[in-house]
Write a protein that binds this ligand. Structure first.
Ligand code: MN
Length: 204
């Protein structure tokens, strides 16, 4: 089994009340696990790919044979996107306008409120299932974008800094059809220390 489900870097109830314990348990233990299992299954007959890290696999998705490419995009994407999502969440790492990422966000979007509005809008308007992202793009600039299903910006040559899962399984138990309330709550649980670390690494 080349790929394994990573442990959450906090307890299931750590993001309460913004994301509830039961959603975290099902989301991590069932949904994320299923992506890992299906990815491993897809790779059973492709030994040459089993030694790659998930990052190597997803950056080179275009070079993968047609026969399993879509399975890698779906399940490899599901694995890398969820692993990333868990890492950028925390209940007590607030936005700091004096951090490097804080200054860059204000420089690019003019104010934190503008950034928040644009990111929330990108999140709210994902049609169907997908993700909204803040990335450092190929020109080394901050960019907000959406991806469908489990497509990862890593496969597009971009470096993820923040993401929100917009699949209904990410919020339906607590928020039902109220996606905007889930998005509003999400801003309380971004791990801005982690985002700063990712931004510093990406800028090097
Ligand atoms: Mn999900």
């Amino acid at each position: 089994m080349p790929y394994e489900l990573p442990k959450l870097p906090y307890e299931y109830d750590s993001l309460e009340p913004h994301i509830d314990k039961e959603t975290m348990q099902i989301h991590h233990d069932k949904h994320h696990q299923a992506y890992v299992d299906k990815l491993n299954k897809a790779l059973e007959s492709h030994e040459e790919l089993q030694t790659k890290t998930i990052h190597e696999l997803m950056t080179n998705v275009e070079s993968i044979s047609e026969e399993i490419k879509q399975a890698i995009i779906n399940h490899g994407g599901g694995h890398i996107n969820h692993s990333f999502f868990w890492e950028i969440l925390s209940n007590n790492k607030p936005f700091n306008e004096d951090s490097e990422i804080g200054k860059e966000i204000i420089n690019k979007f003019e104010s934190f409120e503008n950034f928040k509005e644009q990111f929330a809008n990108a999140s709210a308007t994902v049609f169907g299932s997908g993700w909204a992202w803040l990335v450092l793009n190929e020109n080394n600039e901050l960019e907000i974008l959406q991806t469908k299903n489990q497509i990862s910006p890593i496969s597009m040559g971009k470096t993820p800094l923040i993401t929100i899962d917009i699949w209904e399984h990410a919020y339906y138990l607590k928020y039902q059809n109220k996606r905007p309330e889930y998005i509003e709550a999400f801003f309380n649980i971004i791990n801005w220390e982690k985002v700063e670390e990712l931004f510093s690494k990406a800028k090097q």
